[in-house]
Design a protein around this ligand. Structure first.
Ligand code: ZN
Length: 162
């Protein structure tokens, strides 16, 4: 992958991603490269990466979520209370979701990691399961490409059903 710093006739700077420099030249010759700002097809490549574009791409990189960001957000609902969000409404919605999860999954308790692995490998019937797993077990499952979602279960979600 080749990232090129490009500029149109109106001097809009932008980045173009191409398989290779030759691919860029081919697309340019066929008029496939256009300015994302004004649509101009008069594009030329800037000789070196200008500082302007470097700082822009670094900003994008720092905004990209880290691998752990998602599970952190899921495992701590309500940790970022917004002024417009009613906390009780949020908790009610969370409880509803948790009850859905309880209804649609089978509780396998501490055998969770083992069972998730068996389902993943087709050794156990495909179904939604829930249970307890240690952080290490969960990480191991994720590394093996087995989809798991850490959820703190509100006690009330179980009490009403079992
Ligand atoms: Zn332009």
């Amino acid at each position: 992958m080749k990232v090129l710093n490009l500029q149109c006739a109106a001097q809009h700077g932008f980045e173009g991603w191409f398989a290779s420099e030759a691919e860029f030249q081919r697309q340019l010759a066929e008029g496939l490269v256009s300015c994302p700002v004004c649509g101009d097809h008069t594009i030329h490549k800037l000789p070196a990466a200008p500082r302007l574009n470097l700082s822009a791409s670094r900003e994008v990189a720092s905004r990209a979520p880290s691998p752990g960001a998602e599970s952190q957000a899921v495992s701590r609902p309500g940790s970022q209370p917004g002024p417009q969000v009613d906390q009780r409404e949020l908790q009610a919605a969370w409880l509803k979701l948790a009850r859905e999860v309880v209804r649609q999954t089978e509780d396998v308790g501490t055998a969770f990691a083992e069972e998730a692995r068996r389902i993943h490998h087709g050794e156990a019937p495909e179904r939604g399961i829930r249970g307890q797993a240690t952080v290490q077990e969960t990480l191991a499952l994720v590394e093996e490409g087995i989809p798991v979602l850490p959820l703190p279960m509100p006690a009330a979600a179980k009490e009403t059903l079992q």
